[in-house]
Design a protein around this ligand. Sequence first.
Ligand code: SF4
Ligand code: SF4
Length: 337
Amino acid sequence: MNKLYIPEPVSGGLLLSYRCTSECKHCMYACSPRWKADWISEEHAEKILTQLADKIQGSPLGSDRIGINYGLHFTGGEPFLNFDLLLKVTEIAHEHKIPSTFVETNCFWCRDDESTRRKLTQLKDAGLHGILISVNPFILEYVPFERTERAVRISKEIFGEGATTYQEFFYYQFKKLNFKDTLSFKEYLQKAGPRSLSYVELLPMGRAPYKLGYLYKKYPAKKFFGESCREELTRDWHVHIDNYGNYMTGYCGGISLGDARNLELIHQIDLDERPIVDALVTDLEKLHDLGKQFGYKQRSEGYVSKCHLCVDIRKHIAQQTDEFEELNPREFYRHLE
Ligand code: SF4
Ligand code: SF4
């Protein structure tokens, strides 16, 4: 058997669903309001969290402190779209003593002080250790900045050091520029200047190459031939598990290494059963050859990154056939552009 060994996860995120109030240009998991409202069931969340309980490692500063690449976070999509579920999974994680838990949010829901304070207090009382507030020019297109400011102010009151913003640079920049409402990306660039883009920590994968590719230099596919993604696909930190149970590593949306409701089976993958993963851990040229068998044609304008080439081939294959179970969830490939 042609096997791939996947180490046990030490930190990660649970996507409660892919549904989001925003459709950010940089979203790695292609989330949007157009996704079906398929929320993870309590039963499946319990199954997954029970198995993660003895594997997840907390922050070196303590199990009640948070860090982006430590512990377990609840994410999406936008987890606050289903607050009752968010509360429930927090309780389950707390019962299982999972360390360094936090929720990641775009703050769309922070419409007034009272309801913001109430929800955050409920989460803290249920055992959540912190919150990660996303701030960047792409979310600003959808979420009025005054809501983000409110979330930061009240989260600090409730979670103290457990309240963190990512990216902090944009939080202070938006404050300095006195932003209050939403702003299109074009308007943002006019007000903040194109040099601000150098501060964006952008991973050129998922939706970003399609929506922001015009900002970057492009290369022919052959530049990426010879590269393997073994390291990313066998990464044990910051793995993601979605509401369908798909186990994803390396921020690689749309590539399922198996069903996390039975984590033991993911430890050892039969690559003969997953030709796309096999190609990716071998050489991107192999993925390209596989794509060609399904009629894939290279983009004449080129690719911004190896992940652009990878996702573009996978998208094409997913449109032609459903024979590859690792291309999951299928809906991911419909919401990239
Ligand atoms: S980046 Fe976050 S806020 Fe934006 S669409 Fe994706 S999940 Fe939603
Ligand atoms: S090229 Fe594909 S498999 Fe490799 S890191 Fe990028 S998205 Fe993941």
